[in-house]
Ligand binder design. Structure first.
Ligand code: ZN
Length: 386
């Protein structure tokens, strides 16, 4: 059995480089599918450590994969995200996800002999691009027995839900007319657009707990003296499980069609598949929790007081036993993902310390899964149960 404290020391040994890289990614935010520098820097530092890197894996130029081990035995994947958000940069802390994954992998790479195989997979475009879905479809996760990553948050949670999601674009087309001379000759596309928001609000009373429906107007008209001929909005629909997502999506669609009918305008709906709900593998999550505890950082399993988002890790978790634990980089309630203050925490001393703790816990959990065949059997049994 590989000494876990030696693994911790290996993470500490690479910590200065990993922190520096994470800082650099934070300072140069890149949007989904455009993470050329971040992916390149990660691949470069793996190569400097003597690891071969496949760049552009799965036909995604900003994805990559590095592998340890080549013999029989299980294969565990550690995932790195590194995309940022428009306007607010690394306000989701993906620079820390990248550093945590790199630190764990480099520590494992220092082992002379691993009891199995480990992949580090660079997964671009988590923010609305679904990079993991593309990699899944391209077969990049074939042969992977379990997958893990960590995500920065305002508290430590081992197995938090992530919502199934779907995106709607609604385009309304009416008839333009002079808004003062002859408003009766027009049909306002904007009115139908706004009525859609009101009708959806009227239906919220019927939504199950945890459902989120949120939208914004992307086109509100063309001129103040013209009855708007064109208007458009976008909605995100999210639910804790697929059946409720389908039900609420049908309600949202009905509201848009009802608003268009009432206003005498046309509506064109386009739907984009979002992410699937997270299927947390509790067997792995608890083992990650035990590793955290050994590192002096015990974590809650769940916390119903905090909301859930959506992630393409949800899609992966439906195909491969997975975990997506959250670790605090700020005080509870201080700030959360997609806020300016959270972006600052993602480049703070506390953020980097959490990243290194995550690296140690992921490396330890990976070794648990490689060394303990019975554990992996339990992981697979839980996964098969659904
Ligand atoms: Zn994120």
């Amino acid at each position: 059995m590989i000494d876990r404290e030696q693994i911790d020391r290996s993470v500490d040994a690479v910590a200065p480089d990993v922190v520096e890289l994470s800082k650099r990614i934070h300072a140069h935010p890149e949007l989904r599918f455009e993470e050329h520098r971040a992916a390149g820097w990660l691949a470069d530092s793996l190569e400097r450590a003597g690891v071969t890197v496949e760049r552009g894996v799965g036909a995604l130029p900003t994805a990559f994969r590095a592998r340890l081990g080549s013999g029989p035995g299980p294969r565990i994947a550690i995932l790195a995200e590194y995309d940022a958000l428009p306007q607010i940069g690394h306000a989701c802390g993906h620079n820390l996800i990248a550093g945590g994954a790199l630190g764990a992998f480099l520590a494992l790479a220092k082992q002379a002999k691993l009891p199995g195989n480990v992949d580090l997979i660079g997964t671009p475009a988590e923010e609305g691009g679904g990079g993991k879905i593309r990699l899944l479809e391209a077969g990049v996760f074939e042969g992977v027995d379990a997958a893990m990553m960590f995500h920065p948050y305002d508290r430590d949670i081992l197995a938090h839900p992530a919502l199934a999601s779907r995106w709607f674009t609604m385009k309304f087309s009416g008839a333009p007319a002079h808004a003062a001379i002859a408003p009766w000759d027009g049909n306002s596309a904007l009115t139908a657009c706004l009525e859609t928001f009101r009708l959806i609000d009227s239906q919220r009373v019927h939504f199950r707990d945890g459902v989120r429906v949120h939208g914004f107007v992307t086109n509100g008209g063309q001129a103040v003296n013209v009855i708007p001929e064109h208007a458009a909005c976008e909605f995100s629909v999210r639910a804790p499980f697929k059946a409720e997502l389908e039900r609420v999506a049908a309600i949202v669609e009905r509201c848009a069609r009802g608003a268009a009918l009432a206003c005498g305008v046309e509506v064109e709906l386009s739907v984009r598949q979002g992410y699937r709900e997270m299927k947390n593998n509790l067997t792995i999550a608890r083992r990650f929790g035990a590793a955290l505890e050994a590192l002096g950082r015990p974590a809650r399993e769940t916390d119903a007081r905090v909301g859930a988002g959506s992630t393409d890790m949800g899609d992966l978790s439906q195909a491969v036993p997975s975990i997506h634990p959250y670790l605090a980089i700020c005080d509870e309630g201080e700030t959360l993902c997609h806020q300016h203050a959270f972006a600052a925490c993602a480049a703070s001393e506390r953020g980097f310390q959490t990243m290194l703790t995550a690296a140690k816990a992921m490396a330890r959990t990976t070794l648990d899964l490689l060394e303990d065949g019975k554990l992996l059997e339990r992981v697979k049994a839980e996964f098969a149960q659904g």
